[in-house]
Design a binder for this molecule. Structure first.
Ligand code: BGP
Length: 458
């Protein structure tokens, strides 16, 4: 069967500043944490060892061209642009981002820009990071500076990438700095991130820029083990905490009442100011980026909660390992392509069918060298992964979902936080030592699909 996509469908990929650029003046939480605990990073590889986009941006944009991208998302590094977070703008960073943006536009690749992709300037973390409202103000100033500098040529802005992840990683599950485990502090971080988002949207509207502004959320559909009310409730609470804690404020301009009631009942609500609700209401977006990697399967808890244990989302559910689920064993994530369709249908039916696109989807695989044939990685598994997901996305579009494009994570193998280079995601293979770049089979497949605006699958 042939799957054809609408005209002007966005074909491309996503990356982020910290994961690709390399050497930089302003320190981030990642540089700080890596210097102190390199053992927390796979094979002790830190955020300075990258594909060096800061040097290779011109040739890398040529590679995007070869992949037939018509759009590409990356992020601006707050710490590169304003090394201490609040002070002077670094003119070299301005030159760099200007060159990248101009080259992308010249090559017919529409730049999509994220303002914050997990890379908190250390100077801002030192004063409390997202727990401190002064950081919200500093971020709003940074966002405004970016709009003023680049807003004439960047027409698609994203305030945050996956804002729930620094909340989970930094304040609940110990996989991002500052390695805190404290739900109330996590809730404050999440809340202030929503305020920061809304302030950036406000600044963007006030500047009357030509483009649009949105956010990128990792939506993990919550599937209950069964229709038993206890399982359904468990899935509902997981959905409230991990999806709707950001989805509702940015699309509806307010938090779900039952999420607020739940946190209130457990005395976990962050401190709110009376003017906050009006601000949150102003944070409604024009465009939603959806990152989709895996579903979340849950069941009701089998055991009682230890009342002495720290309050956690898992007080309300257990993770459910569905027998026979298809796994990506390297990343430990379930592969479930219909999830992409369920997300789109939920957005259509419950959120007014917003303009959206798949902003990340992908499959990280370990030791891909074993698949080299005649010098090229033959990553058939990735082609299958993409075509499966695209066929479900296609079904969503054919049923009226307002999905405008599909971006893969990512164009070149890159540094993946604590996993460093363990799992590779790229269309292009990176030899970290020699910096040599080689197109994988999936890159050729994607280039052909983007060119034809369609693909064939049984
Ligand atoms: C997303 C992030 C990316 C990227 C990707 C792959 O959550 O937006 O930055 O890294 O996931 O995940 P990981 O690197 O954890 O394997």
């Amino acid at each position: 069967m042939k799957y054809a996509f609408p005209d002007n469908f966005w074909w491309g990929s996503a990356s982020s500043a910290l994961q690709t650029e390399g050497a930089r003046e302003g320190e981030t939480t990642w540089d700080y944490w890596f210097a102190r605990e390199p053992n927390r990073f796979h094979n002790g590889v830190g955020p300075q060892q990258t594909s060096a986009f800061y040097q290779h941006w011109k040739t890398d944009i040529q590679l995007l061209k070869q992949l037939n991208h018509n759009s590409f998302r990356t992020s601006i590094s707050w710490a590169r642009l304003i090394p201490d977070g609040i002070g002077e703008v670094n003119p070299e960073a301005v030159d760099f981002y200007n060159q990248v943006i101009d080259e992308l536009n010249e090559q017919g690749i529409t730049p999509f820009m994220t303002l914050f992709h997990f890379d908190m300037p250390m100077a801002m973390q030192e004063i409390g990071g997202w727990e401190n409202r002064d950081v919200v103000e500093a971020y709003a100033r940074y966002a405004q500076i970016c709009f003023e500098l680049f807003g004439d040529r960047v027409l698609h802005w994203f305030t945050f990438n996956e804002p729930i992840v620094p909340v989970e990683g930094g304040y609940l599950y110990d996989f991002h700095y500052p390695n805190v485990v404290d739900f109330r502090r996590a809730a404050t971080v999440a809340y202030h991130t929503v305020l920061a988002h809304a302030k950036a949207v406000q600044a963007y509207r006030a500047g009357h820029y030509a483009g649009e502004i949105g956010i990128v959320l990792n939506l993990t559909p919550s599937y209950p083990r069964s229709q038993n009310p206890a399982d359904v409730k468990a899935a509902h609470i997981a959905d409230l905490m991990f999806n709707r804690s950001f989805l509702d404020p940015v699309l509806r301009g307010e938090y779900p009442a039952d999420l607020v009631a739940l946190l209130k009942a457990y005395d976990q609500l962050p401190a709110c100011k009376p003017e906050d609700s009006a601000l949150i209401a102003e944070g409604k977006i024009d465009l939603l980026g959806v990152n989709y990697y895996q579903p979340r399967r849950v069941k009701c808890r089998d055991s009682a909660v230890n009342p002495q244990a720290p309050f956690m989302p898992e007080w309300f559910f257990d993770n459910y390992e569905m027998p026979g689920r298809k796994m990506n064993p390297y990343r430990g994530w379930e592969i479930y392509a219909p999830g992409i369709y369920d997300i789109l249908v939920n957005l259509r039916d419950n959120y007014g069918n917003p303009r959206c696109f798949i902003s990340e989807n992908g499959m990280g695989v370990e030791n891909e060298q074993r698949f080299i044939e005649n010098g090229q990685i033959n990553d058939q598994y990735r082609i299958e992964f993409i075509s499966e997901h695209l066929s479900w996305l296609h079904k969503g579009i054919s049923e009226g979902c307002n999905c405008l494009g599909y971006h893969m994570w990512t164009f070149i193998d890159n540094w993946s936080w604590c996993n460093a280079y363990k799992n590779r995601y790229g269309f292009i293979q990176l030899d970290l030592e020699t910096q040599q770049r080689t197109m994988k089979k999936s890159g050729e497949w994607f280039a052909a699909t983007a060119l034809n605006n369609s693909f064939e699958k049984e």
